[in-house]
Design a protein around this ligand. Structure first.
Ligand code: NAD
Length: 499
């Protein structure tokens, strides 16, 4: 398929792809595939007013009816899966099955949210006072601003959008300036669902296009009570305090520096498969990508030999080809950052395997590179830094306590895992004195989460939770009510105040 046929199949008209100031490039070959119009900050008052007006109507629509809109969105996404998946591949360079997997994740969260629309449960609580009842109710909170990163150009939006909509909130989405086309196509799916739904308020969902300035306009608005921002820790450092300073609620999903501990009893063949997928899948550009391997000294050499063999045969190339497993990095700057980090690792005593630019047999103009395996003598500052590229640092440990300490000794706290057949080791890793991450797995890699669990991490990863479990509570306001059905007015804690 040509680039223009991928764009038109995803519902994007040539007219809207050639009329603006924001240039969009494909990582496949660096070609400019569109120039689109950007939102200007002067438009924001009207955008926010539309969202506020939509909120006044949408909050009173019964939640199961709101769920019907999300059910229709799921239908639209199912119908557009192939086209949207192909656009993800074109715009961010994911291999075909990962592009499709991203759309499947959107469908999954829609299914989840439809069920959720009948389960926005509150508690009833025993009152200490006779003839009284206490209850907790969850109410819609207001417009939700969604700022998303390039590497999951649509799935992260859907995690937020599906929950926010069933929770009774309008949404305003600012996608990454590197992936606005996938956002436009996904938003069209929601617009079609809204048209089929019939009576959704205008302004229920709005898309704003642009870079950090446009994100900042959203972040600074007092009338957008929740800002869900996904991206680098650098971005979260700016966005989080700004939202808090105006008494808003940030949901921050920031950088990770994810590790795997491989214990002596591990099934090494299974570990190798998990390591390779999670370290080089999406060309190492997942927030949950495996970046640190902490291996018991008794199996270190054996595992490294197996990994070198596996890395040597990895097909790097055009993400549209069915046998490619490692596509391009998002752009040349990302490749330059990867090469610079490898230099730093070398200067800290690292022994680097791979990490070479690939020029032959790949589309010219793309940032193709072989994934790097780096044997490190210790966990240095370079290892503690997230580099958004396929670099896997390998280090040794002697006992589990030391391994867990190394696993936790980084600023980020997103995902982690252990490979072991030893129940004591597995449970210690999952215990209060084990991994300090938001995600901790056993005998499975750190990446590729399902939507059923709450997703997010601690420390510099930001503390936010999205997607499954009770993450929906972040998109609602909690109200505690005490109802007195007696003829007396007793005070709590035995306080007397008789008049
Ligand atoms: P980025 O921080 O450069 O950009 C992310 C988004 O934030 C973009 O939409 C960008 O325009 C916006 N932005 C940047 N500065 C802003 C500001 N000052 N005010 C408002 N908006 C601003 O990140 P990226 O390069 O697109 O994505 C890669 C990063 O995202 C990695 O660090 C990765 O770990 C992280 N990430 C985290 C998760 C997660 O769930 N924890 C998921 C995906 C990506």
């Amino acid at each position: 398929m040509t680039y223009s046929s991928i764009l038109s199949s995803a519902g994007l008209a040539p007219k809207e792809l050639s009329r603006g100031s924001l240039a969009v490039h494909s990582p496949i070959d660096g070609a400019e595939i569109a120039t689109i119009s950007e939102t200007v900050s002067q438009d924001f008052p009207a955008i926010i007013a539309r969202a506020q007006s939509a909120f006044r109507q949408w909050r009173s629509v019964p939640a199961p009816r709101r769920g019907e809109l999300v059910r229709l969105l799921g239908e639209e996404l199912r119908a557009a899966k192939d086209e949207l998946g192909a656009l993800v591949t074109l715009e961010v360079g994911k291999i075909t099955s990962e592009g499709l997997g991203e759309v499947q994740e959107m469908i999954d969260i829609c299914d989840f949210a439809v069920g959720l629309s009948r389960q926005l449960y509150g508690l009833t609580i025993a009152s200490e006072r006779p003839g009284h009842r206490m209850a907790e109710t969850w109410h819609p909170i207001g417009p939700v601003g969604i700022i998303s990163a390039f590497n999951f150009p649509v799935a992260v939006w859907s995690w937020n959008a599906a929950l926010a909509l069933v929770c009774g909130n309008p949404i305003i989405w600012k996608p990454s300036e590197k992936s606005p086309l996938t956002a436009m196509a996904a938003h069209r799916c929601l617009e079609r669902a809204i048209a089929r739904f019939g009576d959704a308020p205008d302004g229920l969902s709005q898309l704003v296009i642009g870079g950090p300035d446009i994100g900042a306009a959203l972040v600074e608005s007092r009338d957008v009570p929740v800002i869900s921002a996904t991206g680098s820790t650098r971005m979260g450092n700016i966005v989080g305090p700004k939202v808090l300073a105006r008494w808003g609620r940030p949901i921050l999903e920031l950088g990770g520096n994810n590790a795997m501990i491989v214990a002596p009893s591990a099934d090494l063949d299974m570990a190798v498969r998990a390591i390779v997928f999670s370290a080089v899948g999406t060309a190492g550009q997942r927030c949950t990508s495996l970046r640190r391997l902490i291996v018991h000294e008794s199996i270190h050499d054996d595992l490294v030999a197996k990994l070198k063999a596996a890395y040597a045969s990895l097909p790097v190339g055009d993400p549209r080809e069915s046998d490619t497993l490692v596509g391009p990095l998002v752009d040349a700057e990302a490749r330059a950052r990867m090469l610079a980090q490898l230099e730093k690792a070398r200067s800290e005593g690292g022994n680097v395997h791979g990490g070479e630019a690939v020029k032959m047999g790949v589309p010219q103009g793309g940032a193709y590179i072989t994934p790097a395996l780096v044997e490190m003598p210790a966990q240095t500052d370079t290892v503690r830094t997230e580099t958004f590229a396929p670099i896997l640092y390998v280090m040794r440990y002697a006992n589990l306590e030391e391994a867990i300490e190394m696993q936790n000794d980084v600023p980020q706290g997103l995902s982690s895992c252990i490979f072991t057949m030893n129940l004591r080791e597995a449970e210690t890793f999952l215990s209060a004195s084990g991994s300090d991450c938001g995600i901790a797995n056993v005998n499975i890699g750190p990446s590729g989460a399902e939507i059923g669990g709450a997703f997010g991490g601690e420390k510099e990863t930001g503390g936010g939770r999205e997607s499954g479990s009770d993450a929906w509570k972040g998109y609602m306001r909690r109200q505690t009510s005490t109802i007195n059905y007696s003829a007396e007015l007793p005070l709590a804690q035995g306080v007397r105040f008789d008049i």
